[in-house]
Design a protein around this ligand. Structure first.
Ligand SMILES: Cc1ncc(COP(=O)(O)O)c(C=O)c1O
Length: 426
């Protein structure tokens, strides 16, 4: 780290207070981004394999111009009529399943999930929430309760083990049997809530189980889970904050996972860095929620958000980034699977959202969090940015801007293979 970056890190820690995390053993001072690249304070270029907020690429000229034009023209809160805001709302609901025909805008994914839970509670008159035991859905007081909730008792919450094939809850089961085992967890959670005076309001789930580590899910778990929740009178919330906007090669993670939610929440890439998020849902859910709460959010549903959001939709549509995610993602996954390295336990994911499960014993599938850290840090030194995540923090998370091309994938694969050789020698 050079002297001025080191001083900046010290100033940051002083003013932020200790504990405000930074990526990498040697933190990175970024000054500029363009397409799939970011540049540090010394002008060094890095290939970005991590950032999904700039999902159409860093500083995309169409997004930059749209935001700039809007800032120059008008920016006010949401209690005025504005053609751009209504047009965006129409476009975003049209992008979703036909049953999701109304939208509430917010600024963050956390707020969108808070709104979704509020809608489910208003519609069902119940309060209970089911989530996965290694989930993250945001940081408001209510939504934060869902963070890694396994083993933490809360009368209004049940956390179920997330479904996975790689480290299954029981070995030797067929795919369908394994799916049933995980669904049994869910049945138990639903029964325990409905038997209490809390009742069942909703299941909240990321369709790709992104924060859990992008597991391969047995059978048709989520479609069956949605049926079970609805049979018990609850609603299904798909958290599309990471999974949405063509990340998996389809517009929404719920399409990839094969179910239709009652409510879908969105965020991160939605405004390309302008804080923009929201929840789409069936008409009666949104209308009841609005009546119930009179929901207002100063910075949400603003002309600026709509301009940024519309530009993001334009680029995904015009540049066919959904197709790019499918094609380049498949090419990258194939390349990763060809690499022969004892640390690679599993390669999984869809579209341009891939995970490499890093292990120190392939046979036992023992998660190697420290090994994953070494790979991440060494790649950063070589100019390739990714991070590790998942239930054991050992999954290399590959989630580049969607304008990531085959040439970028090939460049990364070569550097990745060399890095793995180096790391396994050290
Ligand atoms: C799946 C998921 N949902 C919700 C959130 C919260 O979004 P925000 O940080 O915009 O509040 C996150 C953030 O990482 C997330 O990964």
């Amino acid at each position: 780290m050079n002297e001025s970056t080191r001083r900046l890190a010290e100033r940051r820690e002083r003013v932020f207070g200790a504990g405000a995390k930074l990526f990498y053993d040697e933190p990175l001072e970024l000054v500029r981004g363009e397409g799939v690249h970011v540049f540090d304070a010394e002008g060094r270029r890095y290939l970005d394999l991590y950032n999904n907020v700039p999902c159409v690429g860093h500083a995309h000229p169409h997004v930059v111009r749209s935001i700039q034009r809007q800032v120059e023209t008008l920016n006010v809160h949401s209690r005025y009529l504005h053609e751009g805001v209504v047009r965006y709302a129409e476009r975003i609901v049209a992008r979703h399943h036909e049953s999701l025909e109304r939208v509430v805008f917010t600024c963050t994914g956390s707020e969108a999930n808070e709104v979704a839970i509020g809608m489910a509670r208003a519609a069902t008159g119940k309060r209970g929430i089911v989530c996965s035991d290694r989930a993250y859905h945001g940081n408001t007081e209510l939504v934060h309760k869902l963070t890694w909730a396994g083993g933490r008792p809360d009368p209004e919450l049940r956390a179920v083990r997330f479904p996975q094939r790689y480290r299954p809850v029981e070995e030797g089961l067929s795919d369908d049997e394994l799916c049933e085992r995980y669904l049994d967890d869910l049945r138990e959670a639903i029964e325990s809530l409905t038997a209490s005076d809390v009742g069942l309001a909703c299941l909240v789930v990321c369709p790709l189980f992104a924060n859990e580590g992008l597991p391969d899910v047995p059978g048709d778990y989520l479609a069956r889970a949605a049926e079970l929740v609805r049979e018990a009178g609850g609603l299904v919330v798909a958290d599309e904050v990471q999974a949405g906007f063509a990340r998996s090669g389809q517009w929404w993670g719920y399409e990839t996972a094969g179910f239709v939610p009652d409510i879908a929440t969105m965020g991160k890439p939605m405004g390309a860095g302008v804080p923009f998020a929201g929840a789409v849902a069936r008409a009666e859910l949104v209308e009841r929620f609005r009546k119930h709460t009179g929901y207002f959010n100063t910075f949400a549903a603003s002309p600026l958000q709509a301009a940024a959001g519309a530009a993001v939709l334009d680029v995904i549509e015009e540049e066919r980034l959904d197709r790019n995610a499918r094609e380049v993602g498949a090419h990258l996954a194939e390349g990763l699977r060809r690499i022969d390295c004892p640390g690679i336990g599993d390669v999984r994911g869809r579209g341009l959202f891939l995970g490499v499960d890093w292990v120190n014993d392939r046979e036992a599938r023992t998660p190697d969090r420290d090994g994953a850290r070494r790979v991440v840090n060494r790649l950063r030194e070589r100019g390739f940015l990714l991070e590790s995540a998942g239930a054991h923090f050992n999954v290399l998370k590959i989630r580049p801007p969607l304008v990531f091309g085959r040439d970028h994938a090939d460049l990364f694969l070569e550097a990745f293979e060399e890095t793995l050789r180096e790391v396994s020698r050290s």
